[in-house]
Design a protein around this ligand. Structure first.
Ligand SMILES: *Cc1c(COP(=O)(O)O)cnc(C)c1O
Length: 421
């Protein structure tokens, strides 16, 4: 087998003892592959980001909720964020306890808040009306509040999660109403959190927002948790040499901010960060197969089984993922501009438009880099297709299935007996 464009995954020994071809033969296609060593390395980079003794790293489960990955993340000593009862169930099954779970939700029912209070020590709500709902189910309880600094950051409007044009957080104009709701239900405000957006590669806006949160925290004496949110970026343009976030520089500046705050205010509580993408994005390559190639007018289309039901990010966010191509044959095929598409019946089902890649042929295997965050987690059964399986390349290079592919029986299982209609 000649591998025409695989230098990135090869440099990491990504697939361990297997080849992409063997993996898709044994487990089917499309297929999410995870590399345990890379996942553990990212967890460690986060754990050692700061020298502050009170920094907790809460992995944001929504980025990837695979139970086996959650277990590894817990082994590495991270805590976790949940935002739904389903995520709570997965985290508890992975061994996280109440003290390791932050429940950060918005716009949920009172019963859900009651469940969150039973299963997590830190429940954060994001509006005065949700403080009221919380007070009704847990009067006298401890609560965190998500605030909105009016600054947002992110790679796309859809992932900017603070600022005036988003649904998130309590804005400073509402702080008096917040205090009144807390008093009314005798709630103890134990912390503040924020999350300003996703995928920053320049830490400045994050640090500015963190500084704002620290100033805001001084308005609420008695809190013991200050949570700066996630958003730590990963470089998606690997083949163009895009640089990773400089964690050392970032850590130094972050530390300076935290220690100055402790010195100025005597704060003895904890700080929290909530990285999702940074933890899991780079530990996965999504494999798929080329089933058709054609020219429609000037455009060369490469038809694969990686539809937007498998990886939604390109469709939702215009996200860029680097592609690799693995194939049989020894002849060197020339590079050409190609548009790689999926098998979903929609025009928008484009994985990568106008990419220069070695000429693809039927039977080739495509690898989508950095697919671990918001990849499988956002996959769906659209077109009644089956969500893919997930395989782990363990630290010793061996592979094993960590989540099976959906089956057609799974699709049918949600319906009551036909006779019941
Ligand atoms: C999505 C989310 C995160 C994680 O964001 P990343 O960009 O993946 O790091 C953290 N906190 C909250 C509240 C979120 O909604």
């Amino acid at each position: 087998m000649m591998l025409s464009r695989n230098t990135y995954s090869a440099s990491l020994d990504f697939f361990g003892q297997s080849t992409p071809e063997e993996l898709t033969e044994n487990f089917g296609s499309p297929l999410y592959i995870y590399n345990e060593n890379i996942l553990r390395a990212r967890c460690r980079a986060l754990k050692t980001l700061s020298t502050d003794p009170g920094l907790k790293v809460c992995y944001s489960t929504k980025a990837n909720g695979n139970l086996h990955l959650l277990r590894i993340i817990r082994e590495e000593g991270l805590s976790a964020d949940a935002m739904s009862p389903g995520e709570l169930a997965l985290l508890r099954r992975a061994g996280f306890s109440n003290k390791d779970i932050c429940y950060v939700c918005n716009n949920v029912a009172g019963e859900e808040l009651a469940q969150a209070c039973r299963e997590s020590d830190h429940v954060s709500v994001d509006s005065v009306s949700q403080i009221e709902s919380f007070g009704q189910v847990n009067p006298g309880g401890e609560i965190m509040a998500r605030v909105n600094p009016g600054i947002g950051a992110g790679h796309h409007d859809k992932v900017v999660t603070a600022g005036k044009n988003t649904k998130f957080g309590i804005v400073p104009d509402d702080f008096d109403n917040m205090r009144e709701a807390l008093r009314k239900y005798r709630l103890k405000l134990i912390g503040l959190n924020q999350h300003v957006g996703s995928l920053f590669m320049d830490p400045e806006p994050y640090l500015e927002a963190a500084a704002w949160l620290l100033r805001t925290a001084e308005l609420f004496p008695g809190i013991r948790l200050i949570d700066f949110g996630g958003g730590f970026g990963t470089p998606y343009h690997k083949y163009a040499g895009e640089k990773a976030l400089d964690m050392k520089k970032f850590g130094t500046e972050f530390d300076a901010l935290l220690s100055a705050f402790r010195a100025r205010t005597g704060y003895g509580g904890s700080f929290i960060i909530e990285p999702g993408r940074y933890t899991v994005a780079e530990c996965s390559v999504l494999l798929g197969r080329v089933h058709a190639v054609k020219n429609n007018g000037p455009v060369r289309y490469v038809g694969t089984d990686i539809g937007f039901n498998v990886l939604a990010r390109p469709m939702i966010y215009d996200a860029f993922h680097d592609l690799e191509l693995y194939r049989r044959g020894t002849e060197d095929r020339p590079p050409m501009v190609q548009t790689v598409v999926g098998n979903i019946c929609e025009t928008g089902d484009v994985l990568a438009a106008g990419r220069e890649l070695p000429e693809a042929a039927v039977g080739d295997i495509v690898g989508v880099l950095d697919a671990g965050a918001y990849g499988h987690a956002m996959s769906s059964n659209y077109n009644q297709r089956l969500r893919p399986a997930e395989v782990l390349i363990a630290a010793d290079g061996s592979c094993r299935l960590i989540r099976r592919r959906d089956t057609v029986e799974d699709l049918l299982a949600v319906y009551p007996e036909f006779g019941a209609f």
